[in-house]
Design a protein around this ligand. Structure first.
Ligand code: ADP
Length: 361
């Protein structure tokens, strides 16, 4: 028997090959609690080097997904692969080393208050049985990475929320995981600290090529640093794609509603005046993205359509370096509406007639 054949036979049957670039692969995960399907057939892949965001409201199934991913919960059916190894049939003992391939960052930091910052960071290595000198050297390296070298001997109680989370991130990286799993890591932080923690995660992702899975209920977190987003609702992935594309053209109602918090909305004073029949002006909602948002859209529109067209609200945002815009335009009902809509659609915009207003807004 040659070496090659021997190796194939030696491989346990439950290890199924997957694309080498996939760090995590979930296939048809189902988990119910009584009549509640917390996970109702979730299939998802986290690719090596990417930042994937999973967003959903409270009760959508995010925590159950995390527990299935790190083996704390067994799904009723479906499979979890971590770096091509299916965890479902592993014993608790065999699961341990695989679980360590996932470094976790928590909303409430979960630091040990009786241990110093460097001891907290080095804890995963202590559990692995690494010698003290190696643990401390790694902790020093990581504290430098997260900008907290001067706090090595401090205790968690003396740190700000943002500093605690930096320690949490350093600790999650200690055992050189394949995946950093951030579970609402910025939900307890103020907006400015949130920005600095997200910038740190993005920096670690680009400098170390670290794969990150972000679990959040906030679109702003997804917008800031994720490459791809998966939207979970009632235990199902209802939408998935590159972040800028999902922002530009959300397909599901839940995605539109989650985006509502950070995308321009028609101001209530205009919305309150909308009527169905003809008025003085029609209010249009115009969504543009990518190439459609790069050109001189409004000046071209004015040049080709009679009557004054006014921008009443909205603007262009930039998501993953792509322009994504929502413009609210007022077009005179006296003429030019059909032409305006045709012009905008021809330029690749999505146009929705929201209604009419009796007088100028
Ligand atoms: P999320 O983390 O997105 O808030 P969860 O995964 O915690 O969502 O919950 C998904 C659904 O499953 C919810 O309806 C929740 O009430 C239910 N659920 C989760 N865990 C349990 C449990 N241990 N027992 C009963 N119901 C549960």
């Amino acid at each position: 028997m040659n070496q090659h054949v021997k190796a194939e036979i030696a491989e346990p049957v439950h290890i199924r090959p997957t694309a080498t670039e996939d760090v995590v692969r979930l296939v048809g995960l189902k988990r119910s609690f009584g009549a509640t399907a917390a996970l109702d057939g979730v299939s998802l892949t986290v690719r090596k080097g990417e930042i994937l965001g999973i967003i959903g409201r409270s009760g959508a199934g995010k925590s159950t997904l995390i527990r299935c991913l790190n083996g704390l919960e067994r799904p009723d059916s479906g499979q979890v692969f971590i770096e091509s190894r299916e965890i479902g049939r592993l014993s608790e003992r065999d699961l341990q080393p695989l679980r360590r391939r996932i470094g976790m960052v928590f909303q409430h930091f979960n630091l040990l208050s009786a241990k110093t910052v460097e001891e907290n960071v080095a804890l995963p290595l202590k559990i692995e049985g690494k010698p003290k000198a190696e643990r401390l050297a790694r902790a020093a390296e990581l504290l430098q990475l997260v900008g907290l070298s001067e706090k090595a001997k401090a205790y968690p109680a003396s740190l700000s929320g943002g500093q605690k989370q930096r320690v949490g991130i350093a600790r999650a990286l200690a055992a050189r995981p394949a995946l950093l799993l951030s579970d609402e890591a910025t939900s307890a932080l103020d907006p400015e600290t949130t920005r600095s923690i997200l910038a740190l995660l993005k920096d670690i992702n680009s400098r170390l090529g670290l794969t990150i899975l972000l679990i959040t209920h906030e679109m702003e977190v997804i917008r800031s640093i994720a490459d791809r987003v998966a939207v979970i609702d009632a235990g199902r992935i209802v939408e998935e794609g590159a972040v800028w594309q999902v922002f530009a053209d959300p397909k599901s109602e839940i995605t539109r509603s989650l985006l509502g918090a950070i995308r321009p909305q028609l101001p209530p004073e205009i919305a309150g005046r909308l009527v169905a029949g003809e008025g003085a002006e029609t209010i249009l909602k115009v969504d543009v993205a990518g190439d459609a948002a790069r050109g001189p859209l409004l000046s071209d529109l004015s040049a080709s359509v009679p009557g004054p067209i006014r921008l009443v609200h909205g603007g262009i945002d930039h998501v993953q370096q792509q322009p994504v815009g929502t413009l609210f335009l007022a077009v005179p009902d006296s003429g030019g509406l059909a032409q305006t809509i045709a012009f905008l659609k021809d330029r690749g915009a999505r146009v929705e007639v929201l209604g009419h207003v009796a007088g100028p807004v």
